[in-house]
Design a protein around this ligand. Structure first.
Ligand SMILES: O=C(O)C(=O)C[C@H](O)[C@H](O)COP(=O)(O)O
Length: 208
């Protein structure tokens, strides 16, 4: 799988923050059952790597990756834990090299045309656009399409049920990411029915 393939698996990538690795498997099952097999577990909590390992081992239909990859060692550790893709909020040359060295597909974060151009020089055409709403939103992404039609983005940051369909309608958007599918209280309370329902709504966003 290359990074561009991630875009074809699901319209929405849930961005998950897990404090308890025991919640990882039921959470992932709820997302897969709802129709969202691609799951980004952020490395924001000590439980994250264990959560990735458990999902990779126990939920075969899920494609679990690591988010918030910000240091070169995060890339190696995520790969060792079983992550199948990597996502970073921004990128540096060291971080790019470390992510590439894992052999995994990765979505490096960009917020400007220059950052996108720097990655394009390495042949990278799939990127995260972060923080999507704060960095210019739909208008900005649409403006990038003229000079950079070969790049497809996963906008994340401020994307939710109100604007996700509008992002997905852009030709240079492959999928969107966001935390709204896995609200903190639902995860804390183990309300997997709610997560499954939110995932089903999100999975239905891609109209064609
Ligand atoms: O953790 C990372 O690697 C990030 O880059 C940030 C997340 O993707 C966004 O914080 C999700 O944004 P919301 O959907 O607005 O909550």
């Amino acid at each position: 799988m290359i990074a561009d393939d991630l875009f074809d698996l699901a319209p929405v990538v849930p961005v998950v923050v897990l404090d308890d690795a025991d919640a990882a498997v039921p959470l992932a099952r709820a997302l897969v059952d709802g129709g969202l097999p691609v799951i980004e577990v952020t490395l924001r909590t000590p439980a994250a790597l264990a959560a990735i390992t458990r999902i990779a081992a126990e939920v075969p239909d899920a494609v679990v990756g690591a988010g918030t990859v910000v240091r070169p060692q995060d890339a190696e550790r995520s790969a060792a834990a079983g992550a199948r893709f990597l996502v970073s909020p921004g990128c540096t040359s060291r971080l790019q090299a470390a992510m590439a060295a894992t052999g995994l597909p990765f979505l490096p974060g960009v917020a400007t045309a220059s950052e996108a151009l720097a990655l394009l020089e390495s042949g990278i055409t799939a990127m995260k656009f972060f923080p999507a709403e704060a960095a210019g939103g739909i208008g900005y992404l649409n403006s990038l399409r003229g000079p950079l039609p070969q790049i497809r983005f996963c906008p994340t940051g401020g994307v939710g049920p109100k604007n996700a369909a509008d992002y997905l309608a852009l030709e240079n958007v492959g999928c969107v990411g966001g935390s709204w599918v896995t609200p903190a209280d639902a995860v804390r309370d183990g309300d997997w029915d709610r997560v499954r329902a939110l995932a089903a709504e999100a999975a239905a966003l891609r109209t064609g």
